[in-house]
Structures are given as C-alpha cells and as structure tokens.
Write a protein that binds this ligand. Sequence first.
Ligand code: DCP
Length: 239
Amino acid sequence: ESVDEELKGTDTSKLHKNRRLTFCVEGNISVGKTTFLQRIANETIELRDLVEIVPEPIAKWQDVGPEHFNILDAFYAEPERYAYTFQNYVFVTRVMQEKESASGIKPLRLMERSVFSDRMVFVRAVHEANWMNEMEISIYDSWFDPVVSSLPGLIPDGFIYLRASPDTCHKRLMVRKRSEEGGVTLDYLRGLHEKHESWLLPSKAGGSGVLSVSQLPVHLEGSLPADIRDRVFYLEGDH
Ligand code: DCP
C-alpha cells in the first residue's frame, strides 16, 4: 500500500494497467534482505497472494553441474582466479531466475538484488581489490549494456535499498557464519557499503523514505530507463 502511495508522486502514466511491478531489494552482505523478503512473504495471506518473492540464486552458485562445484566458495578461496568467472555466472543465473519467475501472475514481484548491483557494487569492488584485471572488467563492461537491453525483464520498476552500517552487517555476518564467507572482512563490507551509497544515494537527504534520485550514475543510463531514477525507496536497517 505504501509503495502504491509513494508511486503516486511519480509519473505512473507509463505503467500499463494490470502490468506487474518488479522491485529489486538491495543492500550489503548480510544486511537482512532474505529476512525482509521472508517476512513479507509470510506476513499475511493477503500479501502472499499479491507478492511473488524471487530469492537470490545463491543455491545455484553453491551447487554447479553434476560435479556439485561450489563457485561461491571457489571465489572466496581464490578471488583473483575466480572473480570474473563468478560474476559471469552470477549474471547468467539471474537471467535464469528472472525467466523462471517471468510468467507469474502476482501483481508485485520482489527480487533479491539485481544485475545492476552486481555491476555497480560487486564488479567494482573486486576490480578495486585487484581480483579482476583491466581486461576482465573491460570484457564485463563491454557485454553488459547490450545483453541487458536485450533482456528487458532484468530492468525493474524500482529499487528498495536496505541500508545499515558496515559494522551492523559485519555483526550479522558473524552470527550467520555462512561457511564460504569466512574471508569477508569489515574493510570489504565498508567498500561494498560505499558503492551502494554512491550508486543508490548520490544525494541523500536523510531519514527513511523515498528518494528523489536525480543523479543515478551515468554508467546506468544505457541500461535503465530515465524514469526509474525517481523510484529508489530506502529503509534504515541498523536496528
Ligand atoms: N556476491 C558477490 N557478487 C555478487 C553478488 C553476491 O560476491 N554480484 C556474494 C556476496 C555474498 C553472497 O554472494 O557472499 C550473497 O550475497 P548477498 O549479500 O546478496 O546475500 P546475503 O545472503 O548476504 O544477503 P542478506 O543477508 O541481506 O539476506
């Protein structure tokens, strides 16, 4: 309902009647995206009928092929060797995940993360850490826009940004103890936090609410329709 309220302030004339809305839920590692989505999915029968949840394809990353390779584990164990291979596979599995959910009829689809945070946050972070070299990031960037524009289902109607301090995320990561993530440091989380901030909150005014984001980074201009810029919602999640 509140999403509906918020959309009243934006130009919805381009939204076709009965068209399904897709929002991507973004935020740092272990901020609580899965918990947030599960709460929505289980909150009330009414919501369950309205909202389709598309979780991140992490299970696909932990169990690849008949050999059951764990590419998430391989990435954290040898990031320089596997960062590109992993980000390439993350992209492909998001395409598969989107296709699997494309024929649903529930009016709101909530997806965990997106190819846009993959590119704007993770690919940038692994490049800065020298885990992806110049040639690899250049290859990634050269296929990204043409491939995304041929797959319109990947482009959401807006983003929901779950925002918490890197310290909070680090504490939650310690409690969760996902076996692959032993090497995720507070510093790495700080870098990911900054990249989320400059991507989604380039002109943050303060407090939870709807952002009027007028300056999404230029990199996205080829991939995202201009009117999506007014559709970033954010929630403070330090508590
Ligand atoms: N990951 C990555 N590159 C991407 C996407 C994800 O390296 N393009 C990694 C980061 C995490 C794991 O995959 O180690 C899953 O990340 P998420 O933050 O998306 O999922 P979480 O389960 O940590 O989120 P939450 O705890 O908020 O539910």
